[in-house]
Design a protein around this ligand. Sequence first.
Ligand code: ADP
Ligand code: MG
Length: 731
Amino acid sequence: MSSLRFNAINNLAHHANPYPVKSAGKIADIFNENVFTLKTARHYLSDEAYKSLLASTRGGKKIDRAMGNNIANGMKAWAEEKGVTHFTHWFQPLTGLSAEKHDSFFTLKGDGTPIQEFEGAALIQQEPDASSFPSGGLRATFEARGYTAWDPSSPAFIMETGEGKTLCIPTIFVSYTGESLDTKTPLIKAAVALDKAAVEVCQYFDKNVSKVNATLGWEQEYFVVDAGLATARPDLLLTGRTIFGHAPAKGQQLEDHYFGAIPERIYAFMRDFENESYRLGIPLRTRHNEVAPAQFECAPIFEEMNIAVDHNTLLMDIMTRVAKRHNLLVLLHEKPFAGINGSGKHNNWSMSTDTGVNLLAPGKTPKTNLMFLTFFVNSIKAVHDYAELIRASIASAGNDHRLGANEAPPAIISIFIGKYLTDVLNQVEKRVGGNFDEQDEAMLKLDIHKSIPELMLDNTDRNRTSPFAFTGNKFEFRAVGSSANCAGPMTVLNTIMAETLKNFKTEVDGLIEKGEKKEIAIMQVIQKYIVESKKVLFEGDGYSEEWEKEAEKRGLPNIKTTPVSLDAYSAAKAKKLFEDHHIYTHLELEARHEIMLEAYIKKVQIEARVMGDLATTLIIPAALKYQNVLVENIKGLKEAGLPETAFSSQKAILTKLSEHIGTISTHVAAMIEARKQANDIADTRAKAIAYCEEVKGKHFDEIRYHADKLELVVADELWPLPKYRELLFLR
Ligand code: ADP
Ligand code: MG
């Protein structure tokens, strides 16, 4: 293994030239090249078929069989011109990844004549044998059928893998009995719920609004390491993170990486995956170095939420694939390196109307300001009321390393809104008894629109430690993990917003019925919501210990681990919420809860195995080898007649080595025992907690501590695993 390490270093030293990436020319020229956009559809479809596609894309209208055939034919013609041979339904099962099963256009007629064919039925629905995807018990294995159904709101695209080209049809994935088995179905349902509730509230302000879309702009953080070096790190390959590794002498303390010049090899990789992304219609805009060495970020222009989620999933696939060409490995894990910043995926979220208004952007007139204030305060209320669910929506084994540590948004869900808006809310709150008389209508004329943009948009009034921050015209949900599928947190966020807006409308209508003026009624409910939810607002340092104490005093939940935080999904409150908005039935929700717990168990289980394995077969043997070297050395010195003092340091090192080896062995044995006991637990939640507390909690840090100490003592030439300094700085 140490030879693998040194070979990789040697390779890097001698030929780490960047993989050549040709310039793609103007981005606008290649953008959407591999997407069956409506514009492309216009060329390939009859008027009738085009109209039908348009109606289903924009208005969710069903496409009938005959029209399906027409559309499929048009898509096929377009795809074949581009050299496509196969098609696939592309979906996002509950593994959190994307899935595809390819079929060729090629088929044989009854008489054996070969033809190319793509029927409407194959476009609209497929039945992959999908018994191996997680279903949380929703689908017994004997009833393996799962259906994928076309989602016309997300356009078909061509995926290029080497010379191979496949037409991908974005689909949802449901069981035979209609339960959702993917991340996308609930997301779409949440979008519908939000649309309905938000449009009704918009009607107070503008009768022309007939549709509200949630918008999402994600920021994807990631690490990149040399693939050669990674080959010598089984932990990276199997778990996505380094389970061992001592902090390097130089880490991120010099702060010299953030926004620094992008290394050439990485730059080539970025351009390569960006070009593929542009062809697929992913509107990437930003790229830069992140805080940690070897950490980077990219972000697109925001899009309608459903498309944005698909694009993020697609991007993660593309990055992973393209990296291979460059002999690089992309790490999307939330915490690939201990002691070095982790990676998140900020979800910038807002809502926009079909009249072109961003509902979280302060308005230009008092009336639109009131609309802004309404949606702004409803967002705060939603997060306040469902903080546990928000926390659960970002829970994963990987993200546990970020939340709870002092570098990423904490596990306490709070909201940062900045000084100016804090003042605004304070003023609204102070109106005693909610009596907004005519004179108080001055309130409605607050010139928010003039002051906020300057204050918020110039970046000065920002707080990077908040998990949920208002940044001028959108909320930035920062606690989402870098490897997450955005659909989970977005489903929750949009559903709780729908629920809050729905209640808001009921309350306002109630007051209006009692004879209150509309604007006054709205202000009164806004005031009530501010009072009810202000404890979730926090402007200070979210990483500090004081905040933990303060949050506890305020009664805000602070749930540090995944297995416990997931309880929010099975709570009666969540069941009611999701059922009321037709997102999940109780059964579906329980299945999801089960799947998330199982995913957690498996992740920790694999890490525990890798840890035990590497400790026993790589790290301890390296230490033993070095012990032998020392023993030989001492023997030789003794034979040469040298006094004790000549080898007392060697003896001290021997003793240290033995101590570390001993502790590691003891803990590995105990960890294996703990795993066995955990495996015997029938209840999934209890089992996940056992993995969290008994397997991980009692042993991971201990084993790692002593192994990392060994790394500092054992001769470098004997050490098998590429060190942090190599993984983070060699490229
Ligand atoms: P940063 O937060 O790093 O300063 P920006 O504020 O420019 O960066 O934007 C970050 C992300 O937020 C981008 O993807 C951007 O498109 C997105 N964004 C901007 N406006 C909205 C909006 N109204 N809805 C959703 N996302 C948005
Ligand atoms: Mg941001």
